[in-house]
Design a binder for this molecule. Structure first.
Ligand SMILES: C[S@@+](CC[C@H](N)C(=O)[O-])C[C@H]1O[C@@H](n2cnc3c(N)ncnc32)[C@H](O)[C@@H]1O
Length: 225
């Protein structure tokens, strides 16, 4: 059961955040790989390499169509979860087609209410997920629960530059088009910063810009042993 009551999830939401992730990704699923495979790949590679370097097993949160699954080490043990059945259907097809032995299982699950026991994983990978969800802190709290002490949370995604005019534009676009596009264009570092300040048991290990053009940021957080 999630440690995060619905009221806390709602408290995290802001105007424009009331979109439904499942509806948005049911729409994206048929064209997702065509649009997002290539230019998000360097980030997936970096996150998969970092995750494969941990002791594992790896929980891939928001696995989507499974584009990152072949990028984990063949020696890894990976469980993928996603809220969207149509995205997950494509991930399952990819695992079968490519015979990805490192994938132990794929399940439809809300990352805010993971059905795993505490400390079940050595690593949780979040690839382009936190800016999609209206409740990033609730997801971080829940993945922190299932990662064991000494394990890591590894995230790749876009962090908004600290430019007030750009922030205002991103917030406007999010409010106006958030429900259609299914993500928040405005994702400031403050989301991680506030969360880290609220968690004495977690520490930032790495924050690194990734191609293309340093547009995305790899963040590694360790649950303090
Ligand atoms: C932008 S896609 C990224 C997919 C994949 N990781 C990749 O790199 O292409 C974000 C995915 O996160 C999933 N997602 C969003 N919120 C979620 C939640 N609360 N629980 C589980 N999955 C979620 C969406 O359904 C979608 O498949």
């Amino acid at each position: 059961m999630s440690a995060f009551p619905q009221s806390q999830r709602q408290a995290e939401q802001r105007p424009g955040d009331d979109y439904n992730v499942e509806t948005a990704y049911a729409r994206w699923a048929p064209m997702y790989d065509f649009i997002f495979a290539k230019w998000l790949e360097p980030g997936r590679r970096a996150a998969a390499a970092a995750a494969s370097g941990t002791d594992g097993p790896i929980l891939d949160v928001g696995v989507g169509t499974g584009l990152e699954l072949p990028l984990f080490s063949p020696a890894a043990s990976v469980v993928g979860v996603d809220l969207s059945e149509p995205m997950l259907h494509l991930a399952k097809r990819r695992v079968r087609r490519k015979r990805l032995a490192q994938v132990e299982g794929l399940a439809c699950m809300d990352a805010c209410r993971l059905g795993f026991k505490d400390s079940s994983f050595g690593c949780a990978a979040l690839m382009y997920v936190l800016s999609v969800t209206p409740e990033p802190a609730a997801i971080l709290n829940e993945v922190a629960r299932v990662v064991r002490p000494g394990g890591e949370i590894i995230s790749i995604g876009r962090i908004s530059p600290e430019l007030p005019a750009l922030a205002a534009l991103e917030i406007w676009v999010g409010r106006r088009f958030g429900s259609q596009i299914g993500w928040r264009p405005h994702f400031p570092w403050k989301v991680f910063d506030d969360w880290l300040k609220s968690r004495a048991d977690m520490r930032l290990v790495e924050r690194r810009r990734i191609a293309p053009l340093g547009l995305f940021t790899l963040v590694r957080i360790q649950r303090i042993p």
